[in-house]
Design a protein around this ligand. Structure first.
Ligand code: GDP
Length: 371
């Protein structure tokens, strides 16, 4: 039988009036789920800047999330779009109170954020919870921000939870988080929490983008055990001893007095704010409103004495310089000619044929002549 005959349908012959059978189409090659995903990814349509901006300003969470994804993307087209969106959102940002929350894993950060977060949304506030998690860049594992955390807030329409951006250096992650704050504020979130693990440099980054810094601690564990450095305690505007419930209540009260005495010895803050130590139980929701009261008092004091605004201005210029430094570094290290020369000079340095400084000078000179 010829191929034509195979496709021939007798029903189309003139004797079968009013009946027509269309030819079928041949079976397509098998389509794997992966190839479909790849196709969709490549052809994912980017919306116009105005669509994102209008959506964000209306408080559309889907468009906010899409814009946040663009901020986090390493793709240069996405980055350009993200920057345009941020620029247009900037005039609508800045109206929130930004709170940094830190403490070692297990201290109760997510439980506390759920408790304080629900307290805020019940009062009619809108809360965005962001995270800076240094572990997610190094190991790709995340201490913060996995999906099962903060289930109550996740289902609260007045709360927006976003895990830490994971790609790049701490500086890069921090810059992205700062940009995400702008988007969230433009979307109407008047409270922003930035959560981090109090064990490394990330709290300095968090401090550089928040108005208020809250340190959660536990009673009965020495500072060494909690991995909290003195510098971090000095940054704190309030220290809250969590898990002050059940048989732990008394120990927490004692720890409160000890910490309160210790922080009295720290130098006076530029804000004129005298940090306090409180106890709370995130699980039992005890002492949560008292922590919030402290934040409100701080906001009022620093609003009156101008520190709130001078700190924000300082942070804005800090981030300008950080962004410049990061961009320059990336341009330098991504340059193919530099990359090649760098390998050669690295070997000279290792074999002690050249000093580190001469090699660096040599590369920088080469870079300045490249453009
Ligand atoms: P994170 O790692 O700092 O985010 O800590 P989690 O919020 O995940 O809490 C760690 C553990 O401590 C969980 O088992 C919580 O249920 C428990 N926890 C958190 N807050 C309290 C509290 O106020 N009292 C008690 N007894 N347990 C708490």
């Amino acid at each position: 039988m010829s191929e034509k005959d195979t496709h021939h349908h007798v029903e189309n012959e003139s004797v079968f009036k009013g009946l027509k059978v269309n030819e079928g189409i041949s079976q397509p090659d098998s389509v794997s789920a992966d190839s479909v995903k790849r196709f969709l990814k490549k052809n994912r349509k980017l919306l116009a800047v105005q669509v994102y901006v209008d959506g964000i300003l209306k408080g559309d969470i889907t468009l906010l999330s899409k814009a946040v994804t663009l901020v986090e993307s390493a793709n240069s087209k996405h980055q350009k779009l993200a920057q345009d969106i941020i620029t247009q959102c900037l005039p609508y940002s800045g109206k929130s109170i930004r709170v940094g929350i830190t403490g070692v894993p297990g201290v109760g950060k997510s439980t506390f954020i759920e408790a304080l977060g629900s307290y805020i949304t019940n009062k009619g506030g809108k809360l965005a919870v962001l995270a800076i998690d240094p572990s997610s860049e190094r190991t790709k594992g995340s201490i913060l921000g996995d999906k099962t955390r903060m289930e109550d807030l996740a289902g609260d329409k007045n709360a927006y939870i976003r895990p830490s951006p994971s790609a790049g250096s701490l500086g890069g992650v921090a810059r992205k988080t700062r940009e995400i704050i702008i988007l969230c504020e433009a979307a109407g979130f008047d409270h922003v929490f930035i959560e981090t693990v109090g064990v490394g440099q990330s709290e300095t980054a968090v401090h550089s983008m928040t108005d208020f810094f809250l340190l959660l601690m536990l009673a009965g564990a020495g500072d060494e055990l909690q991995g909290i450095k003195r510098g971090i305690m000095e940054m704190a505007d309030v220290i809250a001893i969590n898990k002050a419930d059940g048989s732990n209540t008394e120990k927490a009260q004692m720890a409160r007095v000890q910490y309160q005495n210790a922080i009295h010895l720290f130098p006076k803050k530029d804000s004129d704010w005298a940090p306090n130590v409180l106890t709370c139980s995130a699980v039992k929701k005890i002492g949560i409103s008292e922590v919030w009261e402290q934040i409100e008092k701080y906001r009022s004091l620093t609003g009156k004495n101008g520190y709130f605004y001078s700190k924000r201005n300082e942070q804005a210029t800090y981030w300008m310089h950080e962004t410049i430094a990061e961009q320059l570094k990336r341009n330098f290290y991504d340059n193919p000619e530099i990359k090649e020369r760098l390998k050669v000079l690295e070997n000279y340095v290792l074999s002690e044929e050249m000093s580190s400084f001469v090699a660096a000078g040599n590369l920088l000179e080469m870079y300045s002549k490249l453009k």
